[in-house]
Design a binder for this molecule. Structure first.
Ligand SMILES: [Zn+2]
Ligand SMILES: [Zn+2]
Ligand SMILES: [Zn+2]
Length: 191
């Protein structure tokens, strides 16, 4: 929700796509005297009656916002290198996941549209399959399938240290819904 002097913008979580469109460095005030990065995010809704609007927040609040959202924030502004890297990562992520064990839905369970993109049905399920891994940090996720492979890959990428892409595939991230930690071996394609 965004409130301005003359208007009120409201968009439902599950309807909106957030995209970083700009970022600027400012010196906020003399007393704080610290430069802050202000990130502009465009909120677009799949509901045609909701016009897109921009929100601005400090980069330090960005992570907080991301954690409250049910979908990844796309980053269109973050220079070409990052975009390309994310796309590369996404392709790699997908090809690894396709090698994982296939999850068979219990009969009668209908797959719902992915809550990230609403474009395709959910087609991955998180199952802790990396057991034996000496670190054993992964946790079982009990969520029903809610995400598609692309959105899960974007989520996975969005939680990584952007400066260290070499660690991306080996890291653990929280399930976007229940926060149980998972690794790439735990992402099962659904038959
Ligand atoms: Zn999706
Ligand atoms: Zn979960
Ligand atoms: Zn794991």
């Amino acid at each position: 929700m965004k409130v301005t002097t003359y208007s009120l913008h409201v968009s439902l979580h599950q309807d909106c796509h957030l995209t970083v469109t700009d970022s600027k460095h400012h010196s906020l005030s003399a007393e704080l005297n610290t430069p802050v990065q202000i990130v502009t995010i465009t909120v677009a809704s799949i509901n045609p009656r909701v016009k897109p609007f921009d929100i601005r927040l400090k980069s330090t609040e960005y992570v907080e916002l991301q954690e409250k959202l049910h979908a990844p924030i796309r980053n269109a502004a973050n220079v070409v290198i990052h975009l390309t890297m994310s796309e590369l990562f996404l392709e790699t992520f997908k090809s690894y996941v396709r090698l994982n064990e296939v999850y068979r839905c219990p009969s009668g369970q209908e797959l719902e549209p992915c809550i990230g993109c609403m474009q395709v049905n959910a087609n991955v399920k998180l199952l802790r399959l990396c057991q034996g891994d000496s670190e054993g940090e992964c946790q079982q996720c009990y969520c029903r399938p809610m995400w598609c492979l692309t959105c899960m890959g974007k989520w996975f990428a969005s939680r990584q240290d952007q400066q260290q892409p070499e660690t991306w595939l080996s890291s653990r991230v929280p399930c976007p819904t229940c926060r149980a930690k998972f690794c790439i071996l735990d992402v099962c394609p659904i038959n």
